[in-house]
Write a protein that binds this ligand. Structure first.
Ligand code: SIN
Length: 490
């Protein structure tokens, strides 16, 4: 048994924001991460941080844009907390040494992305914001934080509605049992459940499925955001082309050069992401090729070094001004039900970042609100922990009798997810996908806890994908009307 006061599972911005804040109070923190510290969606995030810091902006405007993009099913109190706390938290972050891009007068430069009515997005290193934020947070943490890499969380240790830590297995095959007073789930989203995704390879829905097995309340699982512009060649996606490219003048065109967002939405190429993704997908299904025309984007290479790198690595020359694109799974609005302070229905268990559903994103997340959520609600979670003493109970872990039979491979799950619970869902087909998942339940009982000794980490990943996919399909089947990212036809 390894004893630690605060255990964080994951190493993205939500996780590191909690850790760096706790350092100010000299609390002992252990971070465990499935691969390397920077193998997370945060490090890949090209978009920036939306925050009402410019003179013409206010958090009320940010609130309204967030609610409108989320189709007003967002939790208004959580949104208000996010946008009103954000300016102060970001200023404090800048004071720790974080450098955001400046305009020619040396003031913060504000960019535009979809569904924002004014320029509100701050970036670092152009399209390298996520990585720069992760690096700054890593600089801000002290020796009070121990980071353990290449160790996968397998199951939460929960008894009588209280969490006492987690069981893990590292890349050497060693199983570890952690006893922690506070366990913070910060495992990210679910992108790898789909064939095309902007997400890191490690993002297989582990958090949601562990939380499900532990009896956590889950929320809004049907809402999955597809990003309209993944660089896509011969049907294969190679990385994101940031929405900021459209914010800087990029226009979506078909192979005849026609502007595809013309007449679809008043905000055209900068309409909410679900609207743009559906339109691109509709053209794609008709067999048309869709391009992002960057002829109007000034200083493309300088502003978008990551996109330039991805293009050049895959034989697309940005100087030809047409980038081939198609949508890919990007962000999960749903997740483990949590308050802005990360509190879940299980005592001692907190959820932060994409794995959490705090209600701020509603049915469709506003661009660049996710890094913001990780930073702001990460801080609020740390503040809560500092002010609330929890002592985890000593519990005995009983081995599960269940094992998995033959599992599908990951690609098969991805194809099923895209077909049945992708950008467009068919109400008449939802039971088919639910039944497909249920054939993989041990003894057809439920996606129950497994016997750890008899299940490899790779089998766990596939099992987690199946569990999360099944939960998403059930949530999608239960929502009969189209709203935001959940688009359902007969
Ligand atoms: C992007 O750069 O287009 C992604 C930004 C985001 O997901 O908010």
């Amino acid at each position: 048994m390894i004893k630690t006061d605060i255990l964080i599972i994951g190493s993205g911005i939500g996780a590191l924001s909690v850790a760096s804040e706790l350092c100010k109070f000299h609390r002992k923190v252990t971070v465990i991460t499935k691969a390397l510290t920077k193998s997370c969606n945060s490090s890949l995030a090209q978009g920036g941080i939306s925050v009402a810091l410019s003179d013409e902006d206010s958090y009320t405007l940010h609130y309204e844009d967030t609610m409108t993009a989320g189709c007003n099913i967002n939790d208004p109190d959580a949104v208000l907390k996010l946008v009103s706390t954000a300016p102060e938290v970001i200023r404090e972050f800048i004071n720790t040494g974080m450098v955001f891009d400046k305009d020619e007068n040396g003031n913060l430069a504000f960019g535009r992305e979809g569904a924002h009515r004014l320029n509100r997005i701050i970036h670092a290193g152009g399209d390298r914001t996520g990585l720069r934020v992760v690096e700054q947070l890593l600089r801000n943490i002290t020796t009070d934080v121990t980071i353990i890499q290449n160790e996968m969380a397998l199951d939460l240790r929960v008894k009588n509605g209280k969490c006492s830590g987690v069981i893990t297995r590292n890349s050497e095959g060693e199983i570890h049992c952690y006893h922690a007073n506070y366990t913070i789930l910060a495992t990210g989203g679910i992108g790898q459940l789909y064939p095309s995704t902007s997400n890191d390879i490690t993002i297989t829905g582990d958090g949601i499925s562990m939380a499900y097995r532990a009896g956590c309340r889950l929320k809004n699982l049907e809402f999955i955001q597809f990003h309209p512009t993944m660089l896509t060649i011969d049907g294969k996606a190679y990385g994101l082309v940031s929405e900021a490219v459209r914010g800087a003048g990029g226009i979506l065109v078909n192979d005849k050069g026609e502007k595809i967002m013309e007449g679809v939405h008043p905000q055209k190429d900068l309409a909410p992401r679900d609207v743009v993704a559906r339109e691109v997908y509709a053209h794609y299904l008709k067999g048309e090729k869709i391009y992002l025309d960057i002829s109007n984007v000034k200083d493309f290479r300088k502003k978008f070094p990551t996109v330039t790198e991805i293009c050049e690595e895959h034989g697309v020359d940005p100087d030809n001004r047409l980038l081939p694109v198609a949508p890919g799974a990007h962000f999960h609005m749903g997740g483990v039900e949590a308050t802005p302070e990360g509190i879940t229905n299980i005592e001692g268990l907190f959820a932060v970042g994409e794995v959490a559903c705090t209600g701020v994103h509603g049915a469709n997340r506003l661009a660049s609100n996710s890094l913001l959520e990780g930073i702001v609600f990460g801080k609020l979670t740390a503040d809560y922990i500092v002010n609330h003493r929890i002592t985890a109970e000593e519990i005995a872990d009983e081995p599960s009798p269940y094992t998995v039979g033959k599992l599908p491979d990951k690609a098969e799950i991805q194809i099923q997810m895209m077909e049945f619970v992708g950008i467009v869902r068919h109400s008449g087909k939802m039971q088919e996908i639910i039944d497909w998942f249920e054939q993989y339940m041990p003894d057809h009982k439920d996606f129950v806890r497994l016997n750890i000794d008899k299940t490899s980490n790779n089998q766990y990943e596939i099992y987690n994908m199946l569990t999360t996919g099944w939960l998403i399909a059930k949530a999608a089947a239960d929502r009969h009307n189209s709203i935001g990212a959940h688009y359902i036809v007969e």
